[in-house]
Design a protein around this ligand. Structure first.
Ligand code: PEP
Ligand code: MN
Length: 357
């Protein structure tokens, strides 16, 4: 992929490029209201899902064809470029026919080489110049992601970008999709001219984390962000927990720090980034530990065992204190941390044991 062309030649954008809009187009009113508010805040590219790939049947699968004229109206009224997700030949044809400016490939589709080839061939037959953004596949497989991009590139589509939306994993974590930053960073290393966007919404799964994930992406030199924004997030038909209002998005964007590589605070920023990541991992590990404690609680309940087993607790504490001290931490600190974790575990187990069912 040596000969990539500028993604959005008609726009004069500076980093970070922000693409924003609802997870799904729901009604003409919702699409236009959201678009107007975003445009007022200076957003130049509007996203909205028309066809929604849902993991389970029965979820909202998008409004389909009737939503395309709404995107056209957004463009006419606000001047924003419009973007939507395509997953097959029909989507590509209908989107391009109705003047959608940018296509993106969803995570479930980029994992499928047959679908990617079909999409690449259909786009080539229509308009090779349309910009296409490729989300990472759901599984953490860099070669699969690159394969999807290459199918488009080899078909002659050279306005390409990648979207990092995190990777799915088993069990509950603080993120909906684990960022695994090393993967987009390796993609950037191999293809320095390929613009990479971060999708903090699908990584986070919750709006409270959108700002910090966005900042991490900028710290890693991403070209921009694609963020889900809805005029009334709590009423959204899909992904409501991760959508932010256009005004919240504005606040997030305005507080993002674009780090100047030459400043002396760069090292500090990198160190803080590491601390943030380790804190996230610590929380993740603690949550995992609590879930195992809950399992133990269920076992104790089934076997009528007491929740508190003092011997076990005392042994555990003494062993851990020794390990902690050997790693350079004070006895008081280790005792305080372990006591707090133990207390939370006991409370969780008591809740289970005392629940009548
Ligand atoms: C989306 O962008 O709304 C979407 C469905 O994303 P993903 O393919 O990342 O799950
Ligand atoms: Mn979504």
């Amino acid at each position: 992929m040596q000969d990539l062309k500028p993604l959005f030649p008609s726009l004069n954008l500076s980093r970070p490029v922000i693409i924003a809009g609802p997870c799904s187009a729901e009604s003409e009113e919702q699409v236009l209201k959201t678009a107007r508010e975003l445009a007022e805040n200076g957003i130049k590219i509007f996203r909205a899902g028309i066809w929604k790939p849902r993991t389970s049947p029965g979820g909202f699968e998008g409004v389909g064809l009737i939503g395309l004229p709404w995107l056209k109206k957004v463009k006419e009224e606000t001047g924003m470029l419009t973007a939507t997700e395509v997953a097959n030949r029909k989507h590509v044809e209908q989107a391009l026919e109705s003047g959608v400016d940018i296509l993106w490939i969803g995570a479930r589709t980029s994992a499928n080489p047959f679908a990617m080839q079909e999409i690449a061939d259909t786009i080539t037959a229509w308009n090779k110049d349309v910009p296409v953004l490729v989300k990472n596949p759901v599984n953490p497989d860099l070669e699969l992601w690159i394969g999807a991009l290459k199918r488009l590139y080899n078909a002659g589509i050279h306005r390409l970008g990648a979207i990092h939306r995190g990777f799915s994993t088993y069990g509950k974590h603080i993120y909906r999709n684990m960022p695994e930053w090393k993967i987009p960073i390796e993609l950037q290393r191999r293809y320095p001219n390929l613009p990479i966007f971060c999708d903090p919404s699908h990584i986070s799964g919750k709006r409270e984390l959108v700002a910090s994930v966005s900042q991490q992406a900028l710290d890693m030199n991403f070209a921009g962000l694609i963020v889900e924004s809805h005029c009334n997030p709590d009423a959204a038909w899909s992904d409501k927990n991760q959508q932010v209002t256009p005004d919240s998005l504005n606040l997030i964007v305005n507080t993002l720090v674009l780090r100047d590589k030459s400043t002396t605070t760069e090292n500090l920023a990198l160190l803080r980034q590491q601390i943030d990541r380790i804190d996230d991992e610590l929380l993740d590990l603690l949550a995992k530990r609590m879930r195992i404690s809950e399992e133990i609680g269920r076992f104790k309940k089934e076997h009528s065992m007491p929740v508190i087993q003092a011997d076990r607790y005392n042994n555990l504490m003494e062993q851990r204190v020794k390990i902690g001290e050997s790693l350079g931490m004070s006895e008081d600190f280790i005792r305080a941390i372990l006591a707090a974790i133990h207390e939370e575990s006991v409370n969780k187990q008591l809740e289970i044991v005392n629940k009548s069912n």
